[in-house]
Design a protein around this ligand. Structure first.
Ligand code: AMP
Ligand code: ZN
Length: 136
């Protein structure tokens, strides 16, 4: 599965050069060109899936194992103090490239990376709405 208009399909296939940290039959791991912090990397599946909703189950399982392997090695290379491992689904969630990818973002004490929210409070009606939806 591939989308000829998708830049990450071309990068994952090696048709557009990238700073590749790792490659296997399923994935290519590259350095982000506009990094949030020093060492920001992206895991790209070689097949095109727009987002996590569409991602093949087997690849979904493999991607977290690969993320673990990558950040365990990269943390010593970049000398970071923490890691955010995240991915965005949909424009509302900040997705800008519609080929599934997982961000590996090294964090440094007092860096200026903004991944956060103001904690709200869980209301009874929202809790009820979600719990009853899950029970259907
Ligand atoms: P998202 O906003 O979750 O869709 O993330 C897209 C990410 O892809 C951003 O962090 C971009 O900096 C990164 N990006 C976009 N184009 C390229 C490219 N050609 N090579 C490497 N990273 C890219
Ligand atoms: Zn693609």
């Amino acid at each position: 599965m591939r989308d000829d208009k998708c830049i990450f399909c071309k990068i994952a296939a090696g048709e557009i050069p990238s700073a590749t940290l790792y490659e296997d039959k399923d994935f290519r791991v590259i350095m982000d060109v506009s990094p949030a912090s020093k060492g920001h990397a992206l895991i790209l599946p070689k097949e095109h899936y727009a987002n996590l909703y569409e991602l093949d189950d087997e690849l979904a399982a493999k991607v977290l194992v690969l993320a673990k392997k990558m950040i365990t090695k990269l943390k010593d290379i970049v000398g970071c103090d923490g890691y955010n491992v995240l991915q965005n689904n949909g424009t509302a969630a900040g997705q800008t490239v519609f080929h599934f990818h997982m961000h590996l973002i090294p964090r440094y004490e007092n860096d200026n990376v903004n991944i956060g929210w103001e904690p709200g409070s869980l209301s009874d009606d929202v809790k009820e709405m979600v719990l009853s939806g899950m029970a259907e």
